[in-house]
Design a protein. Structure first.
Lengths: 676, 676
């Protein structure tokens, strides 16, 4: 246990829940890494589409980025409202569920889940890709670097969000700080030189135009640039992690993330034009990213340049961490609604949803493994999920405000109505804008791979619905409507399965005799095969002397011994057959099979014995029918384990010290009632 | 099940044991493959040592092989006697155990086990190596070919010895037949040409001598040539597989194997000299084995040549099969004596010892994998085990006859004494001869790798003894000497662990109330985490209405409801703590925890639910102490599984048809006794 404690931190009690919450300072790295790191690849993606325009591409950038920054502003306003309206969790799933119904919420859930998984795989592989292009010696280890980063991010998130916020804070704030400084210097230089600054290190030469400007090209550049906005929804999904007051903390976090992102995008667009920077072909040798060219042009290749680029690499690589905050929380909500398996809704040792985290890590790891750590081709699939959830979230908010309007109209609150109109308008504009962007992205990227997302989303929804149907069927089957019906059919018939007469069997027989007057001991012969040594007569004698007579003398019904051959060396078949026969004879009474069990403490003891007892238990439970019950009677090789409770694991003892196990007043009352 | 039936054949009942036995015809391929295939590498190994003698090596071969054939004769005579003296199993382990004591038997067991594992790995890789040198295109697939052959041999042996004998019979008899014909033709040619026959295809030219003949060289050649004798002991180890009368069948099998082997060895030695054939360097291109050169020299490279060489390849590759007959049977005997885990002594579906077969396959597979399918370097380790067991077996027989002599002397049976003297003499000569050969082998091969075997044998013996100590300790702890002591402490206290009030819980409560007046139902809150939705009040109301009142009305003691928080989301800790408290209150009475279990039929259902019930059972049994008992009360989602016996697996139904499950007369008697 101490190893797990070391890696993941000690177990947290339920009452420590509040302590594991975060404020805006940890919120920015924990939820903003994805959003902020978008600034590095969004403009680059747009410029890459514009390469055919040659030198003109740099000057068109401002016109591509302007609507994107405007859209970002709209998104900011709408999510600001969503956070206030849904202070516990304002993710697209909840908003869609409450306002648009189940189908819309499942659509949002499917889009988000796919988005989260892709974000992990693409984020890590993009970061590692950038690292490898900086240090080509690492090239053979791309996959291992990717999996290593994935492991790191997974472990940090298994420790809980506060730890993730603290650990990822350093590179995040370093990136924000260094690039804000670089961009500020660049703008000052540009303004002082009248818009034509001298580059410290010249950016790559831009080629001649091979294509004329066309609407299609602009739309494609816009669609690619929209990836700069992914990750903005993370704050609304992670609201449950904020400490009180969550709305204030959420607003602060959202503010920092969006404002930083907007400044970065706007400044990058401006400086790209001022310095005449264009995207380079990634597949060519000597490739430098847009931000690397820009930083070089502004401050040259000094120490500060390397700090900035280093922090950029960290932020890119760790952008996957944002998914680890959102995905488990989303899955938990979906699981609580019965659309995902229940284990997704169980808090682990650090009060995070372990199953969701591990599932995300496994899926992303499988993607990375399948694509050998190079997931460029998955990027087009990526923005669709984000914009689909934007749209659903906004549309849900529109319905939300319309309902609020209808509500306030009936109550004639004029002031509230005015506010709601404004809120309605903001979300309506947001919904229209993001849905237009979504259509553009789907059309522009359809043949590049977006069709895969379009296919995957319905498949995920179908799976979620199938899971839900299973739970509904189970719930109907399990539902007990009336009061408990009791058939006083008398004590059950007890079968004691045993191998030899020893303390194990003795212990089980002692219990059996107190439970029922009908005890039948069963010994199977030739379980080990036709040549096994058998001592039937010796066993019968032993039984007579050591069991039957003492039992009769003590006033119990004499237990009988039944010796059956195990023709096929399978322990459960003769016993199931016998139980079937007894069932017919004894009518409504239950059959209980007692299985003495030797408790093994070490793995090698597990190898030392045929697992007959375990096998018998499993098979009887699987095939016995619901009137056959299996009782495991333990026997310990080490006598120090004889006292109940003396073997509580250490963690439970420490739990005891913490006073978390109550004094069981009801038990004492119960005991008193019996004595009285 | 039908897939397993197809691959391994249907399950065999214990009473079918006799049918799975074999005669001499199947015995030769099943137990003789190793011995007979030795004829191909024994002479080659001796000639390889003699390479430095150049052309003279061929003529010295007769003098190297003569003592080996003589030794083979001595071995034949002694094993003939051993088989008669131990008609059930005359392996070195049994002979050493009965005559030389436990330590000697463990030495024999360790030597044999190592020998068997090495034989599988080396046999397969030698065969595949020969195949690959014939078809160089297969070179990249050596490891996969090795593992494929291993899989084939394993599966065939899992089907049982008769099948192995039948399947491996074709290549075995083809090899014996074709090479006896080739050698006969060669001898006729040689005699007709006055000892200087003309080769059809000339063998490789022998180089000049680079070394003079020395005793050391002769000893090393003898030690290498001794590998020609490995596998002769297989018949004595496999005696239990022969049908009645086993001694006759065993003698026939031994006869065929040894006589064929002796003829092959003698004829090869003669023809090697006649045709002037020497060993070639295996690492050089154009390498041809001695038998390939010999066959070519006698009959040329026609169709018959390819048939003979093809059968030779098969026999070499399949020589591993012999280990699969001996190893599981040896392990079974060692396990029955308590020196190996018990599962080695359990007969599987085809009445062979499945665990031993799988263990052998896994170990040999690991060796092949570790050495990439090229295990040449293991060959020197190989003959030591064989000669150590020869020596121990002979020495054991010497003691056996000495005892018989002492016995017959006291009874003054003159005739018996004379026979015993002869038997004594034969085994004494055998023991001395094989021990001398063993010493020569250890000395000659020590630096080549034999030291590894010398180290491994004591390690295996130490492991066997540790296992024995474990069983002894367990036996002492389990031993129940006196009659059953009964404390009429009254019915146990029942705890019913449940999640919600549903049919699962209802079913368990119904049983609980019939077992004890003290029933306490336990519900844990916040198992899923601090944010889990809880309905404590609703549960208490439901309990009052649906359980407590109906139970009281039906005349049962009212069961109580206890709601405990699971601060650490671990289900077993609060319940263990409660059981500990109850233990203190209720004195000697037992505590039984009832766990309602939803029986899952599909793997995906397993994923759908937190495995709380299973977890609770495991933890309570592991840490609860031996007065806490766990009862699993099953509940089936599919109502068709409600009737006991209706879900017996199909194989059990067919078992029923075969009439192997008896009529349970005792049960009927029991039932009658109750009614009367």
């Amino acid at each position: 246990m101490s190893f797990l404690d070391l890696i993941l931190g000690r177990r947290l009690a339920n009452r420590e829940f509040g302590r594991s919450k975060i404020g805006a300072f940890e919120g920015v790295p924990a939820m903003g890494l994805d959003g902020i790191s978008s600034s590095s690849y969004g403009p680059e993606a747009a410029l890459a589409i514009l390469i055919p325009l040659g030198a003109a591409s740099a000057s068109y950038m401002v016109w591509i980025m302007a609507p994107i920054v405007a859209l970002l502003g709209i998104l900011f306003a709408s999510y600001w409202q969503t956070i206030r309206a849904y202070p516990n969790n304002g993710g697209a799933y909840i908003v869609a569920k409450e306002n648009l119904g189940t189908n819309a919420s499942l659509l949002a859930a499917a889009a988000l889940m796919i988005d989260y998984v892709l974000n992990v795989a693409v984020g890590i592989s993009a970061g590692v890709g950038a690292l490898v292009s900086a240090v080509p010696a690492l090239h053979p280890y791309i996959l291992w670097l990717c999996l290593g980063v994935l492991l790191l991010v997974t472990l940090v998130n298994l420790r809980g969000t506060p730890d993730a916020g603290r650990i990822f804070g350093v590179p995040t704030y370093l990136y924000i700080g260094s690039f804000l400084v670089i961009l500020a210097i660049g703008i000052v230089k540009s303004v002082m030189s009248g818009g034509h600054p001298q580059a410290a290190v010249a950016p790559a030469h831009l080629g001649h135009a091979t294509e004329a400007l066309s609407i299609w090209l602009v739309l494609r550049a816009f669609a690619s640039g929209c990836t700069a906005m992914t990750g903005v929804e993370a704050v609304s999904n992670g609201m449950s992690d904020f400490r009180d007051p969550p709305v204030t903390q959420g607003h602060r976090t959202l503010c920092i993330i969006v404002i930083v992102l907007a400044i970065l995008l706007a400044a990058i667009a401006y400086l790209v034009r001022a310095f005449g920077i264009g995207a380079m072909d990634q597949t060519q040798a000597g490739y430098r990213s847009v931000l690397s060219q820009l930083a070089g042009a502004v401050i040259g290749n000094g120490v500060f340049y390397y700090i900035a680029i280093g922090s950029l690499l960290c932020v890119l690589t760790l952008s996957a961490a944002t998914s680890f905050v959102g995905f488990p929380r989303l899955c938990r909500m979906v699981a609580e609604d019965g659309f995902l398996p229940k284990p997704f809704a169980i808090a682990g040792r650090r009060l995070v949803f372990t199953v969701g985290i591990l599932y995300l890590a496994a899926t992303a790891g499988a993607l990375l493994f399948a694509f050998d750590g190079i997931t460029d081709r998955l990027i087009p699939l990526f923005a669709i999920g984000a914009f689909l959830t934007f749209t659903l979230s906004q549309a849900g908010m529109v319905v939300h405000w319309r309902r609020a309007l209808a509500d306030s109209r009936s109550r004639r609150e004029r002031r509230a109505r005015q506010v709601h109109y404004i809120q309605y308008a903001i979300n309506a504009v947001g919904a229209v804008a993001t849905s237009v962007a979504l259509i553009i992205i789907v059309v522009a990227k359809f043949t590049e791979g977006a069709w895969l997302t379009v296919l995957a989303i319905p498949a995920v929804i179908a799976l979620l619905k199938a899971i839900h149907r299973h739970y509904e069927r189970l719930g109907r089957a399990l539902h007990a409507s009336g009061p408990l019906t009791l058939d006083n059919s008398g004590p059950p018939v007890l079968l004691v399965a045993f191998q030899n007469w020893n303390k194990l069997t003795e212990n089980a027989m002692r219990l059996a005799l107190t439970l029922s007057p009908d005890v039948l001991a069963i010994h199977l012969t030739h379980l080990a095969g036709p040549q096994a040594k058998e001592h039937e007569e010796k066993l019968r004698d032993e039984w007579r002397v050591k069991v039957a007579r003492p039992a009769a003398k003590a006033g119990f019904t004499e237990p009988r011994l039944l010796i059956l051959p195990a023709e096929y060396r399978a322990i459960h078949e003769p016993i199931l057959k016998l139980a079937h026969d007894l069932e017919a004879k004894f009518g409504p009474r239950r059959i209980v099979v007692l299985i003495p069990m030797l408790i093994e403490r070490h793995w090698y003891q597990f190898l030392m014995h045929p697992q007959w007892a375990r096998q018998l238990r499993t098979q009887l439970l699987a095939h016995g029918g619901d009137r056959l019950t299996v009782m495991s009677v333990p026997w310990y090789l080490d006598q120090c384990h004889n006292v109940i409770g003396s073997t509580l694991p250490i963690r439970s003892r420490s739990a005891d010290r913490n006073g978390d196990v109550p004094k069981h007043r009801a038990v004492k009352r119960h005991a008193r009632a019996r004595r009285g």
